[in-house]
Design a protein around this ligand. Structure first.
Ligand code: SF4
Length: 712
């Protein structure tokens, strides 16, 4: 038996795994997966998803549920037909070149994924910006983390989570906001449980409209009204100022902008905060006191803050609390965003999003564009702002974007407002889908499908929530004719180069994933995330955190310990943004506030986790959860099918009674799309959700839609 050290492909905790295989070459077979005892994220533990990974790569799954060959659709009305790689690659290059020649580079868009490896991200980014000449490249991380990116940049000066997992064990107060950590990041939650067992005095505050498993574990559960987080954070800050719980010396020495924020929160008294959030004044005061007066306070936050039309402002309002109370830059203290996907961080680092450039650079900054152009050896970088996820599909629906290259994600399930997304895919002249699994909702709209290799078959790197870069390694040969994502991109790019840069040396002369990784590394030199001191060989030995510049003896596990922040003057910024209600409101026609979220045992659209029967044991199908009193008051019946209707569309699902759901609220798991709800002509959960997005982060408000519910 052989053991291959790799990383779990599910969530942003980034657990290390050992993949046990027998047989060699084509006959190799995975017989088990174990937690890597030496990986500092999980120390050998795995959750239900990680511990069943081997079942997602059995010979049967690889044969029946994977895309194994490239295929085209000769016309939109015909089925996909298998084709060889060379012909397919050339045809894609020809079609992209023709669209670019006729409509310009911005008629092409790339929609990629936080589940790609950093090497893949780099390849797509270089193709889009360096060769095609468009900033229209965005990632499904837009739905996940873009509010956290903007929050860190506005407040602290750089997109760098300042804390690390060890802070969980050193904190005296955990302030968990908008995160059901017990289900979405189970191994971190195990660490929290273990930490509290050792330190029973540790206070845990959970901010969530729903009483989740995480909330059950809290000393104080703040079940606020959906979308009212800023009113809570500003109310807590008001209390801290009034009670003298702020750290005036820290504010004076290390920050700017406090006077403006103080003026803004003057009217957000605890009673006003209580009115807006639906909480009790005493709860707000208690949370403020624990946050400010605990020796160390660490906040963990995730989609509840990020997936909001005020996502960036929610992030900065929470960071304001850390800055005002000096709860940052010390062991066990700081704002710590949890990433949903395994490599959302790598995408941020490599600039694989419309609003970013490699090495945490900014596409709106001419000097940054010139630096990247020089690094890549291209004449100039495009300067027209790129379209972010929702905008990209809206532009396609208007006919402005003619070609979409989609990789490792399933927008015909996961984007909000599915009616618009599907109209966009239908209107495109060319939809390229690069994907490992067969039969996703998006495949029905694809003109070309490209089989990608996936976990246990490919090599590269990912970065987890605590800035730790881990190697992903192959234990099996790729299934069928599937290929590594970076290699698929390289092959198309080289054909496009032949037309656009005849006779010039290739920008994509890569034979191994280490080569694009080295280019990525070079883009980080001198930047806040500098990994100039790392190499693939060092990552082979152990996962490493950034920054790790050339000559450094090690990484910085915790940032800003010297009180020097990443803004040019070294000072962090208080951001004074007022509380704003959600983009759409409940009214008599749509009286319930719907939120969506993760189940413990499923992952995203279930392409991978849906191949494992035992992961359905807890939740065999989707159900709309509502409070039993709301069910009774509306004359509904738990267990019966109900029609959920938002301003965008309907969905028919069973109803479930759940006392953890607040009054006039409803909750749906995010995982079921049309392919799982087939036969009812449904679009899946995101038929209901809304595309309104945060003006700064451009992240859509997936956590709030006004809906009605009635018996079918
Ligand atoms: Fe994988 Fe996340 Fe579970 Fe760890 S916690 S095993 S990374 S899904």
């Amino acid at each position: 038996m052989r053991s291959t050290r790799s990383t779990c492909p599910y969530c942003g905790v980034g657990c290390g795994v050992l993949i046990d295989t027998v047989g060699e070459g084509e006959a190799a077979r995975i017989v088990g997966v174990r937690g890597d005892p030496d990986h500092p994220a999980n120390f050998g533990r795995l959750c239900t998803k990680g511990s069943t990974l081997h079942l997602t790569a059995t010979p049967l799954v690889r044969q029946r549920q994977r895309l194994l060959q490239p295929a085209w659709r000769p016309t939109r009305d015909e089925p996909l037909q298998a084709q060889d790689w060379d012909t397919t690659t050339q045809r894609i290059a020809d079609q992209l070149l023709a669209i670019r020649a006729e409509h310009g580079p911005d008629a092409i868009g790339f929609y990629i994924s936080g589940q790609l490896l950093t090497e893949d991200y780099h390849a797509f980014n270089k193709l889009a910006r360096g060769l095609v000449g468009t900033n229209n490249i965005d990632s499904n991380s837009r739905l996940c983390m873009s509010s956290a990116v903007v929050g860190y940049k506005q407040s602290l000066g750089a997109d760098a989570p300042p804390a690390c997992y060890e802070d969980l064990e050193q904190s005296d107060c955990l302030f968990i906001a908008g995160s059901n950590t017990a289900w979405a990041h189970p191994i971190l939650f195990r660490r929290i449980e273990a930490a509290r067992a050792v330190r029973p005095g540790m206070k845990i505050v959970v901010v969530d409209p729903r009483r989740t498993e995480t909330a059950e574990f809290a000393d104080l559960h703040l079940a606020l009204k959906p979308g009212s987080d800023i009113a809570l954070f500003h109310g807590m800050l008001h209390a801290c100022i009034w009670e003298g719980w702020i750290d005036a010396a820290f504010i004076e020495r290390h920050t700017a902008g406090f006077a403006e924020l103080k003026a803004l929160v003057r009217t957000m008294t605890p009673s006003e905060s209580a009115r807006l959030t639906g909480l009790k004044e005493a709860q707000i005061l208690q949370a403020a006191q624990w946050f400010a007066q605990s020796p160390s306070t660490l906040s963990l936050y995730c989609m509840g803050l990020n997936q909001s039309s005020s996502g960036a402002a929610k992030n900065t309002a929470l960071i304001n609390l850390h800055l005002a109370t000096g709860q940052i830059g010390r062991a066990g203290a700081g704002p710590f965003s949890l990433t949903g996907q395994p490599n959302a961080m790598g995408g941020r680092e490599s600039g694989g999003m419309a609003t970013l450039l490699p090495g945490h650079r900014d596409p709106g900054n001419a000097a940054h564009r010139d630096e990247v152009a020089a690094l890549w050896g291209v004449g100039a970088m495009p300067d027209k702002p790129g379209k972010t996820a929702v905008e990209l599909f809206q532009a396609a629906a208007r006919g402005e974007v003619k070609a979409l290259w989609i990789a490792c994600t399933n927008p015909a399930q996961s984007l909000p407002d599915q009616a618009l997304v599907r109209a966009a895919l239908e209107r495109c002249e060319l939809v390229i889908l690069q994907e490992a699994f067969a039969g996703t909702a998006t495949a029905a709209f694809a003109d070309v499908v490209l089989p990608a290799s996936t976990w246990a078959e490919k090599e590269g790197t990912v970065t987890n929530s605590e800035r730790r870069i881990s190697r992903v390694r192959a234990a099996l040969p790729p299934a069928g004719e599937s290929r590594a994502d970076w290699r698929i991109v390289r092959d198309v790019a080289q054909r496009i180069e032949a037309a656009l840069r005849p006779g010039e040396p290739s920008l994509f002369a890569w034979e191994t994933p280490e080569q694009p990784w080295i280019e990525h590394r070079e883009a980080t030199r001198g930047r806040d995330l500098d990994i100039g001191g790392l190499s693939y060989a060092m990552l082979e030995e152990a996962p490493r955190q950034w920054p790790w510049p050339a000559g450094a003896a090690g990484a910085k596990s915790r940032l800003y310990e010297d009180g020097h922040f990443a803004h040019a003057d070294g000072r962090a910024r208080f951001i004074a943004k007022p509380f704003k209600p959600t983009a759409e409101m409940q009214d008599p026609k749509y009286p319930l506030a719907l939120s969506t979220g993760r189940l413990r045992d499923q992952w995203h659209g279930m392409s991978r986790s849906g191949t494992v029967a035992r992961l359905f044991a807890g939740e065999p199908g989707p159900a709309l959860s509502m409070h039993p009193q709301d069910i009774a008051r509306r004359g509904l019946t738990a267990g019966a099918l109900v029609r959920v209707q938002s301003r965008r569309g309907p969905l028919i699902v069973p109803l479930r009674a759940d006392e953890g759901v607040g009054a006039q609220q409803a909750w749906l798991p995010m995982h079921w799309g049309s392919e799982f709800l087939g036969g009812r002509g449904q679009f899946g959960i995101n038929a209901l959700t809304q595309p309104a997005f945060c003006p700064d982060a451009r992240q859509p408000e997936l956590k709030f839609a006004a809906v009605s519910v009635e018996t079918v």
